[in-house]
Design a protein around this ligand. Structure first.
Ligand code: ADQ
Length: 480
């Protein structure tokens, strides 16, 4: 099949979270399975300057209609792997910046223009490059206008650019909502400004457009597919999602086992397998040392890696400060984002510096070391479309402590509910829930035999992408 993937993040070129990992692994796996895959990504500074993009060539000059004006840009392309071509949609004014979406203090004020330009650039590139795709698959709100722009261009020129459009919701909490006055930049018909179009409480919602106007909608776990049809998890779009109930499917992400594999990982100090865990002990000692603790510490080590946002339940952990004060444990956090949550974590570190450490930055190497060196990985998310770290944890023999929501509940089996197959600890997303989860971890840690059994089960689990890639192929080919 000829498959076009469109996303605003792609590992290893630009990553702020799980979207980059998921799209990279999906595109890579589809290419390995013999499909002809093109991926479109904004030409961010980090992507253009990435060593793997050194051979990128200008393949197209762009002149994009943006309302009553035209804006120029270009497409740069290269092939990082067989069957895989990466196209960077470039315009310095929009994408030659330090971050993809904004500074730590605020979002960039022209994000609507940036991502309208990006989507239009993709459509123009498909037109001029004569890509004629079987499917075009956009991810998250940044690609929400794609199906409308694509079909509009097809009508205008009497051509077919893609047989099918697919839209994946990685996180419905981020919706790309902008003042309606920016709609004119799309050059789409005015009737789309209404409630049956992109209108959302008087504004323009790019996420709504993706959900309403794609042929098929997917999200990243079966449970989240059900959750976003409820007021509790739908973030105001539950009614819109419900209108697509027959066309929505939840396909769980896999993990990229070329990148997240303790036997081959080059970012950790020692490799290991389920049959020989010596290397894991080495990673643990190294993690403790790098976090400023005694590497010989024998008690439980809790790790946490996440964007610091309300979604990830950092405040629920902070509400359990007593647990860390009372028990001789180590708690190692890597995360950046919300300044208040960061300040809260700093306070906890200041109160018990001998037990808690915080690295408030993006650090790919440290994220691998925490997965490898911890005994438990804490993910107390309020909602979690899929979640990747709970799967990385299991692959690395680190027991996940997660809330019973979204993809977490779909990928971790609770040890109390199912002692013969349990791979982790599940709890309610609340202060009391987190406390119960942490207490259960202590009990489990004291029982070395059970710890080893649960650890081995996780490491034997198959979270590879092949099954999921097959499901996407079926979806693209209309089999599901
Ligand atoms: N400070 C830091 N330094 C280094 N690495 C860091 C980091 N903070 C986070 N990461 C990494 O970012 C990724 C986070 O992935 P998740 O899927 O757990 O969450 P995210 O909410 O970003 O993604 C959204 O999209 C994905 C993909 O579909 C869904 O799984 C998820 O539920 C949804 O919220 C992991 O690879 C993690 O290691």
């Amino acid at each position: 099949m000829k498959i076009v993937q469109v996303a605003s993040e792609l590992f290893p070129y630009v990553k702020t979270g799980g979207l980059a990992d998921a799209v990279s692994a999906l595109a890579g796996t589809l290419a390995e399975r013999g499909h002809e895959v093109s991926v479109f990504l904004p030409g961010y500074r980090a992507a253009v300057d990435h060593p793997l993009a050194a051979g990128a060539q200008r393949t197209l000059g762009l002149r994009i209609e943006m309302g009553d004006t035209f804006m120029t840009g270009e497409v740069r392309s290269f092939s990082p792997a067989p069957n895989l071509t990466l196209h960077l949609v470039c315009r310095e004014e929009f994408f030659d910046r330090r971050n993809p979406y904004g500074t730590p203090e605020r979002d960039y004020e022209d994000n609507h223009h940036r991502f309208i330009f990006f989507c239009k650039g993709v459509v123009e590139a498909m037109r001029f490059m004569e890509l004629r795709a079987d499917v075009i698959h956009g991810h998250d709100w940044q690609c929400g206008l794609l199906p409308l722009l694509l079909r509009h261009t097809e009508q205008r020129y009497g051509i077919t650019l893609a047989m099918k459009t697919v839209f994946t919701i990685h996180n419905i909490a981020f919706q790309g909502v902008f003042p309606m006055r920016s709609f004119y930049r799309t050059n789409l018909p005015d009737e789309l400004m209404g409630i049956d179009g992109v209108e959302f409480y008087g504004q323009m919602s790019m996420m709504k457009s993706g959900i309403l106007f794609s042929d098929r909608v997917t999200t990243v776990s079966p449970r989240y597919a059900r959750e976003i049809q409820t007021a509790e998890f739908g973030c105001g779009l539950d009614g819109v999602v419900m209108t697509r109930a027959d066309d929505i499917v939840g396909l769980i992400n896999g993990i990229d086992t070329d990148v997240w594999n303790p036997a081959t990982d080059t970012l950790i100090p020692a490799n290991y397998t389920v049959d020989n865990l010596t290397g894991k002990a080495g990673c643990r000692a190294d993690l403790l040392k790098r976090s400023g603790f005694d590497p010989k510490f024998a008690g439980p080590v809790f790790g946490m890696v996440c964007r610091l946002t309300e979604q990830k339940g950092v405040d629920l952990v902070l509400a359990n400060a007593e647990f860390f004060k009372k028990n001789d444990v180590r708690f190692i956090v890597l995360g950046s984002g919300d300044k208040e949550l960061e300040a809260g974590l700093r306070e906890l570190v200041a109160a018990i510096p001998s037990r808690v450490s915080l690295s408030a930055r993006l650090d790919e190497g440290m994220s691998h070391l925490i997965e490898a060196g911890s005994d438990f990985f804490l993910m107390p998310s309020r909602f979690e479309p899929c979640g990747l770290n709970q799967m990385y944890s299991q692959a690395y023999g680190t027991i996940p402590l997660v809330t019973r929501v979204g993809g977490l509940a779909d990928t971790v089996i609770d040890l109390d509910h199912n002692p013969h197959a349990g791979t982790g600890v599940l709890f309610h997303p609340s202060e009391e829930g987190v406390k119960a989860g942490l207490d259960r971890a202590l009990t489990l840690f004291a029982d070395k035999t059970s710890m080893a059994v649960v650890q081995a089960r996780g490491m034997h689990s198959d979270f590879g992408w092949d099954k999921t890639a097959q499901a996407y192929e079926d979806l693209y080919g209309d089999a599901i």
